[in-house]
Design a protein around this ligand. Structure first.
Ligand code: NAD
Length: 247
């Protein structure tokens, strides 16, 4: 049975990816930070459908959390075949004059340092160079990496720009070691990440700017993640799929 680690999988895009991955036959390490009941509910749904999953608590924005996640996965399922760097945070809209060092450190720790450290741990286990059997890494970026989110979330957009560069660079670095690295760039997706982040009316304004005139569903992003994680995308590395309604 193939093994997939998904960070931040207790809700939203991560939870939808966990459900789809389990249906595709992966044993899923469902990482969560704080919401144990939500993670356990995802695991329970997978098990009810005949799949295999385990909820693993870890703060993947810091190195001890990343190490704990991978060690727990080693113990329960063995070496992962796929890593989905999904965990990420978005904070309240803010212009550059208001940004504090603390906020920048929080955003970058969750959105780029954590994924980088998770990728490092995955490479150590997957690389053919160290006797691994290869694998795939899928990073969850954002269309914000390209638009920059001016006046709203330039810090978040910059962190996603960094994950795009990580995707391209790491893909080349480990290609000959049997590891492929790709990313999805969601546009506006209906999840709780938007709960405290925007001014009233923002959702309608964003939707109006989407050529397909709607927000996306977590399951629509999960489909792209699963394709990139699977052998069906065997000739794709350093690649991006925008799931953004054309935005
Ligand atoms: P969400 O807030 O529902 O899910 C994110 C999950 O990550 C949460 O469960 C959260 O607890 C977890 N998380 C955050 N920091 C963590 C940490 N340090 N350790 C462990 N878990 C942590 O939001 P979502 O929309 O499902 O977001 C998933 C990914 O998609 C994020 O990387 C986000 O930036 C990206 N994204 C979302 C949208 C959107 O419109 N929803 C658009 C573009 C990109």
């Amino acid at each position: 049975m193939k093994v997939m680690i998904i960070t931040g999988a207790s809700r939203g895009i991560g939870a939808a990816t966990a459900l789809l991955a389990a249906r595709a036959g992966y044993a899923v390490a469902v990482n969560y930070h704080q919401n144990k009941p939500a993670a356990e509910a995802v695991v329970a749904e997978i098990v009810r459908n005949g799949g295999t999953a385990k909820a693993i608590q870890a703060n993947v924005a810091v190195e001890p959390g990343v190490l704990a996640l991978f060690e727990a996965c080693d113990k329960h399922f063995g070496i992962p075949d796929a890593l989905v760097n999904n965990a990420g945070i978005l904070e309240q809209q803010m212009r550059v004059e208001e940004l504090t060092e603390d906020r920048l450190r929080r955003i970058f720790a969750s959105n780029i340092t954590g994924p980088f450290l998770c990728a490092r741990e995955a490479v150590k286990r997957m690389s053919l160079k160290y006797g691994g059997r290869g694998g795939t890494i899928v990073n969850v970026s954002s269309v914000a990496a390209k638009t920059g989110s001016p006046g709203e979330y330039t810090d978040y957009a910059a962190s996603k720009g960094a994950i795009d560069t990580l995707t391209v660079g790491l893909a080349k670095e480990v290609a000959e070691e049997g590891i492929r690295v790709n990313a999805v760039r969601p546009g506006f997706i209906y999840t709780d990440i938007h709960a405290d982040g925007g001014e009233p009316g923002r959702v309608d304004r964003v939707k109006a700017s989407v050529p397909l005139k709607r927000g996306g569903l977590p399951a629509e992003v999960a489909e792209a993640i699963l394709w990139l994680a699977s052998d069906k995308s065997a000739f794709t590395t350093g690649g991006f799929i925008d799931v953004s309604g054309g935005r």
